[in-house]
Design a protein around this ligand. Structure first.
Ligand code: GLN
Length: 463
């Protein structure tokens, strides 16, 4: 039985209670404060909800599929009771007026949100070091980064505080921290889960997903969150996320991700995983995707362009933090004081590539190149069912190691951004650990809406 089903089972049968499960999770959260996983905990509301569920069980009423299961969300999800900060000073004092669809759906099934986790401010980054509240530490080595931007959620699951956690992934923010902390993380097909009530980063690649210890729990949590929502026009009507019988798969190993620049231990662990796939009877071959070499450049033009538009609403008037007195003063001073340096960098790059005279040369050109990348994937999926690569070129790096050089930091995203640009589902599963004990993840990439196939394949190797 998986961790989530174990809890639901014992809450329903009376072996445990929702209150006991929530209390235990809160205690675990308190005992790991040194990792700096949380921005806020919502004890009072969580315990009230738990009590309510226990009363329903005692009265013999039907309770939901996630009854009594504590979980956490990245602090860019709106969830009742308290603040939503997106880890930036900009949202200081902002009181959450509503609940994100994804959180609401989980809570309707009896899951209980106990807190909000740390991230890179506005989800810009790959280490959680860009948080206004300071970095989250890696679950396996406190001198190393948690990865990001959903670092807090990944570490919450890795340390066993909660059985599942929500994150967002625009270019790797679920997959990379999952890899760095040794847990499972899914970036589903674009449009699988409603983004209503989640702070937007880049609207053409933003997706919502989750972290768990086992693939089975990902299937369960994701199928509950997924589906059409009239408040997010990009949501898909009926995504299939469970129960695909697996036949022999044609697996393509992406050549561009296995060569130069990839840590040798990472490569070895991925090769071992590939060997396992072969032994399970799957057909494995190498495939070259030459557009991969441009993916990072495309991403860091298209995404800042969308990001600067989405961040324009934070003007010191409508949300959170405000500085200055006159109108022009308020715009300038609030944005200067409210954003982190990485936010400002992206706002400047975004406005530059969209500005008159540069639009065609940068933004337009990048979107055209993005289409070529998508075409290349489409061609590859004629011959292959699933593509495989490492999640990141290295295991978790040291705190501070990449902070002075943004380009070096961006390089860590080189293998996660291509599927994001194409809207493809991509799953990060643990492939093993390095000699120093650092987790390494393997990335399984599927065709649009082939998420269930990735789960089946991963479950087979998980055994
Ligand atoms: N590290 C990537 C970036 O900085 C991904 C961020 C994300 O997925 N939110 O853009």
């Amino acid at each position: 039985m998986s961790e989530v089903t174990k809890i639901v089972d014992s809450v329903r049968s009376g072996k445990s209670s929702a209150v006991a499960e929530v209390k235990a999770a809160l205690e675990r959260a308190e005992s790991h404060t040194d990792h700096h996983v949380f921005i806020s905990l919502t004890e009072k509301r969580a315990l009230e909800r738990a009590k309510d569920i226990d009363e329903q069980v005692a009265a013999g009423r039907v309770v939901g599929a996630l009854a009594g299961v504590p979980f956490v969300v990245k602090d860019n999800f709106l969830a009742f009771d308290g603040a939503t900060t997106a880890a930036a000073k900009m949202l200081e004092g902002f009181e959450t007026p509503m609940q994100a669809t994804a959180v609401r759906k989980l809570e309707e099934q009896g899951a209980i949100c106990i807190g909000k986790t740390n991230l890179d401010a506005f989800a810009h980054g790959g280490s959680t070091e860009n948080s206004y509240f300071g970095p989250t530490l890696n679950a396996c080595d406190k001198e190393r980064v948690a990865g990001g931007s959903s670092g807090g959620s990944a570490v919450a699951v890795a340390l066993g505080i909660v059985p599942f956690a929500l994150g967002t992934d625009t270019g790797g923010s679920i997959r990379q921290p999952a890899s760095f902390n040794g847990v499972v993380g899914i970036k589903p097909t674009y449009g699988t889960v409603s983004r209503f009530g989640v702070v937007a980063m880049a609207s053409s690649t933003d997706v919502i997903g989750c972290f768990t210890k086992e693939v089975e729990d990902i299937e369960l949590v994701l199928s509950i969150m997924a589906g059409r929502d009239e408040r997010d026009g990009t949501t898909l009507p009926n995504p299939t996320l469970q129960g695909v019988a697996l036949q022999k798969q044609r697996v393509g190993v992406i050549k561009e991700c296995m060569g130069e620049g990839v840590d040798s231990e990472v490569r070895e662990l991925i090769e071992q995983y590939i060997e396992q796939l072969k032994q399970a009877g799957h057909e494995v071959e190498e495939i070259s995707l030459p557009m991969y070499q441009y993916a990072l450049a495309i991403y860091y033009i298209v995404i800042p362009a969308e990001t600067c538009s989405n961040l324009a609403r934070y003007d010191g008037i409508r949300y959170g933090y405000r500085a200055g007195k006159s109108l022009s003063d308020v715009y300038g001073k609030s944005r200067d004081g409210g954003f982190m340096p990485e936010n400002k960098r992206r706002i400047m790059i975004g406005n530059y590539v969209l500005s008159s005279g540069f639009f065609d040369a940068y933004y337009m050109q990048a979107e055209k190149a993005r289409t070529l990348l998508i075409n290349e994937y489409n061609a590859a999926f004629k011959d292959f069912d699933v593509l495989v690569s490492p999640v990141a070129p290295t295991p978790a790096f040291k705190l501070g190691e990449n902070t002075s050089d943004p380009l070096k930091m961006y390089m860590a995203d080189v293998m996660t951004v291509p599927p994001s640009l194409a809207g493809l589902p991509a799953l990060s599963v643990p492939a093993g650990k390095t000699k120093a004990g650092l987790p390494v993840g393997v990335q399984l990439i599927g065709k649009c809406q082939d998420d269930a196939k990735l789960f089946s394949l991963a479950k087979e190797t998980e055994k």
